[in-house]
Design a protein around this ligand. Sequence first.
Ligand code: MLT
Length: 267
Amino acid sequence: MLPIFMSKYFTYKNANIHYSTKGKGALIILIHGFLEDLSIWSDTSKYLSNNYQVALIDLPGHGKSDCLGYVHSMELMAETILQLMKTLKKRKCHLVGHSMGGYVALAFAELHPDKVKSLSLVCSNARADKPEKKRERTKAIQLVKTKKELFVEIAVPELFNYNLKTNLAGIKRIKKIAHKTSIQGTIAAISGMRDRYEREIVLKFAPYPVLIIGGEKDQIIPLEWLREQALIAENCQLKIIPNIGHMPFIESPLIFESILKRFIDQS
Ligand code: MLT
């Protein structure tokens, strides 16, 4: 598949961070999730770049971006988003984050609320991990240290509604990206997610519109959490896409893209 965007890099704390942009207009930044890279947004960005400037980034330790250390906190990753905006000379953006990318978007929104035009959380949430989940993450780190391939083989299918044969190609595509993610990058992201702060307060006082998109069959982020979180933000829309898991932009791209664009157009 030909790359639809040109690869570019900026430097942050001596690390090369990979990004790409296309289109003109108000800036939309799409932030991928754990074990993904910027290519997951290929369909979404093609669609949105007819009307907007769309910027994609490989978070530290993912895709073609270097690692910044052994723990990538959500705040540290959020600072690379700020650096991206500085590189593009933009003061404000529509932020869209998938899962871990949503945790990063929330950290960014807390640090720089004046730079956010709208916030879209895609299969993500503002809560911190419960103690049980933190223990699971610590165990996952041990598995990644010795058997990263096995970890990827188990983790990726869980992201999809894998009862649907139509998702097999998507599972294969994400596995390929996840297998390329380095052990250091994988562990740094798991550690950062495990230690992240709760950010419901960011939703509660959001001075910009918020969109929460969920998948009906998401096994990672339960729908109940999304419903509860949608009640926290005053100016919030909740959209649940039927019969899909944690990967709406791959499992149901057309519905996903039209929900997202309609929201950003209104914001
Ligand atoms: C992701 O898809 O980014 C992660 O699965 C999120 C998480 O593990 O909390």
